[in-house]
Design a protein around this ligand. Sequence first.
Ligand SMILES: Nc1ncnc2c1ncn2[C@@H]1O[C@H](COP(=O)(O)OP(=O)(O)OP(=O)(O)O)[C@@H](O)[C@H]1O
Ligand SMILES: [Mg+2]
Length: 592
Amino acid sequence: MAIEILDPVVASRIAAGEVVERPASALREMLDNAIDSGASKVSVWIEEGGIRSITVSDNGCGIPSSELHMAFKSHATSKIKTLDDLYKLQSLGFRGEALCSISAVSTLTIQSDGKKMSCDNGVCSALLPGSVTEGTTVCMENLFENIPARKQFLRRASSEYSDCRKVFVEKALGFEGVEFLLFNDNSLDIRFPAASKKERAVQAMALTKEFAGSAHVVEMSLEEEPVKLYAVSGDPSCYRRDRTQVRVFVNSRIVDSYQLVQAVTSSFSVALPGGVFPYFYLFIENSPSLVDFNIHPSKRECKLRNASMIYGMVTRMIRAALLDRSRTESRRLVHPEEDIQPVFEIETKTEAPKPPVSGSFRYSQKAPEAPSFSDRQFRPSWLENAKQILGTGSSKSASRPAEKKSSEPEAVSENWRYIGQVFNTYLVVENGPNLLFIDQHAAHERILFEQIKQVPDVQKLIVPYRFETTPDVDEFLMERGFIYQELGITVVRVERMVWEMVSIPAAARKNEEAIADFIKKASGDTEAVQKDLFAIIACHSAVRAGDVLDNATAVAIVEKTFELDAMLCPHGRSFTYSVSKKQLDHEVGRDI
Ligand SMILES: Nc1ncnc2c1ncn2[C@@H]1O[C@H](COP(=O)(O)OP(=O)(O)OP(=O)(O)O)[C@@H](O)[C@H]1O
Ligand SMILES: [Mg+2]
């Protein structure tokens, strides 16, 4: 085939694919524009999850009617002029591409300055009279209507809506001085009145039902030229089982940064039980010259040239705040009669948040040294519990029972007696009046499943295991890759759609390939993904049918099997069969 320049419509649709993946990505761009316009109020209407329409209305600077047609053009922007401007960026937009891209794959109508103009899948209308005189109203309709191949990737309206809602909340968090309203199919879903940063954070945290019952938030900040950190955190007594409420903003824009989220969660880990995560909104202000958002069209990725300085600051800020909290608590315990004020500010959440109290906790001068936690008298009890679980060695001994070298375990307990292995597949146990056959593979699988779920014993891979993903999974991993962390699996993004697995549960040694194979395809419901992966790890690491088991291994499996809640494999199948003495008597005619 000869090399030819693409038809402009084809070219613009290809380019649009980068910016507009689903309704939520169009909403993000429309909100960015509304915020950049200097608006004090932004309203959003969403119909059918944004698939039918998204309308964003602002009271900002507006677009002169003579320039309306320019807004639909590619590389047309009022926000930067030269490359240098990128390093002084104050606005959210800078590529001059968003509206052009959206209008290539939908019908986009912009109203401002008493006029309106539409662009239907790349074809623009004439300038028509419009009714909007203050600010700008932009309406996107029928996304991907002309591109069935793209439309089929859209999900149910409710799922698309929840993505839009998330984008809305994240934008509102970055711009607390702006009032935001969100209407879903014409009914008001969220209203964020203009507020302080802390109030806005509380408003957003309160949208989750787990937080709704919580009483406290903690503010903290730290400044070291040219970086200013400010964070609002739920009190450690209020936490979640996923990381969706650990949000990081750089210069008011939410970013996907595994490292920053990691810096937050690992600093917090001393104050929280294992496997749970805080409510934590971190706002980083950095010199625009040290931040580069021009990496991916979605602008959710950013390069920080002073990244390691920032990770260090985040860790110190959080640890100092936690340390102060604990000191205050310990002093309270020792001197209950004294009225000891906490060093940081804790304020009760009420329906109408109070204005911020002055003199709140700030580390604006010199940052304190990172405290050592080794000698803390307030070490949380969960840590002891976790150590105990590990200390009993249950995960190790049963995950590799064949290596159990200590004294031979008792083959007899009060209630049961191990008889032996048959067909190299079943363990036979006399259990009261019954003879029990245990499927050795399924039982071991279930035992491992339980152990990995509790406290995975983690092993770092000497050579990271690299794998490629689809765009869907890439996005899934960026947003929810942490779910694997809870299983002892760490995945790190190398570049777009390329990931590396750097640690796995020790129980899953030599199964890197099976794990990576699963991860590179899995997306969707977090719990289901986690459960399927448990099952895969357990299945690959368990002894197999046909393996000859030594006595110690077999007894260890029997012992642990009796400790299980239910003798069902992770897939729900029962793995035991029991015959009673009575049945046997009957079969051989003893009862006659
Ligand atoms: N709500 C709005 N209020 C005022 N001007 C707007 C609004 N929306 C768009 N514009 C104007 O239209 C131009 C094009 O918008 P578009 O979103 O396509 O590009 P951008 O915001 O400049 O860059 P990016 O592609 O990074 O978003 C903007 O530069 C701005 O001048
Ligand atoms: Mg824009």
